[in-house]
Design a protein around this ligand. Structure first.
Ligand SMILES: [Zn+2]
Length: 258
């Protein structure tokens, strides 16, 4: 049995027995891991207050690849995100990247780039007060890039045009697009306005905190979100059901009806 040390972020936590927790973590060095923290729900536990979702911690755990979950031996807090827990809207948004990673990453697949992307996403959500949806849009685009599934946004696949002055057809299965004049709709096509294309190209280039500084009009944002989520669901296994996204939609419709 190997002793492993690594930075980790808690994606999900569930109760186990009377006093323990099973935690799903994205670790920097060992990918996604299910780890049991024995006795961690008792008041006197050395893990008390450390093992909350989103927490960035350094852990030591015993790894045995033949077991479905590993044993947590030590945890030290690196960074907490108190605002994410206090504000319902931020909590709902922070749950989205955690759920996407939890559902799509295979256990033990080392992916330090993804670990740092998640950390950057949580830090930006914690720090910023507006433009929060742009942070999630950036996460989606970088997640696709890391997974080798990045859509090709360079230009129309026929004539190379990419200005905001035209309407486009985005092909979901191949991840390329063309002007409406240059191509035809198929069952895997969606409409993409020139402004949506412009926003996607911009969001891919800027860091998350810069992205949060710009307000994308609601109609463009809706088209962009629908395109990204549909594209991700088609290409990334395990994302057909996303409870965090459903919850966010319910929360927004409640707020709109107030
Ligand atoms: Zn064209």
């Amino acid at each position: 049995m190997a002793i492993n040390k690594t930075p980790a972020i808690i994606l999900h936590s569930r109760k186990q027995g009377e006093t323990s927790k099973i935690l799903t973590m994205l670790t920097e060095q060992y990918g996604k891991q299910e780890v049991i923290a024995k006795g961690s729900r008792s008041v006197k536990s050395r893990f008390s207050g450390l093992l909350e979702p989103f927490n960035h911690i350094d852990i030591v755990f015993y790894r045995n690849e033949n077991r479905s979950f590993q044993y947590l031996s030590q945890a030290d807090l690196v960074e907490q995100f108190p605002v994410l827990h206090e504000q319902l809207g931020k909590l709902a948004l922070a749950a989205i990247p955690c759920e996407i990673i939890n559902r799509s990453e295979k256990d033990g697949h080392k992916n330090p780039q993804l670990f740092h992307l998640l950390l950057e996403t949580l830090q930006a959500l914690e720090d910023r007060d507006s433009g929060l949806k742009n942070i999630i849009r950036c996460f989606h685009l970088h997640f696709l890039e890391i997974s080798g599934l990045e859509p090709d946004l360079a230009g129309c696949s026929h004539c190379g045009h990419n200005g905001a002055d035209r309407k486009y057809i985005f092909t979901l299965d191949s991840g390329v697009y063309c002007c409406q004049e240059c191509g035809q709709f198929t069952e895997y096509s969606v409409k993409m306005s020139g402004q949506t294309l412009e926003c996607l190209r911009w969001l891919r280039q800027v860091d998350m905190k810069t992205a949060a500084g710009i307000k994308i009009p609601a109609g463009i944002g809706k088209e962009l979100d629908s395109l990204l989520i549909t594209y991700m669901r088609l290409h990334v296994e395990g994302l057909m059901v996303l409870r965090s996204l459903e919850y966010l939609e319910q929360l927004q419709s409640k707020l709109n009806n107030k």
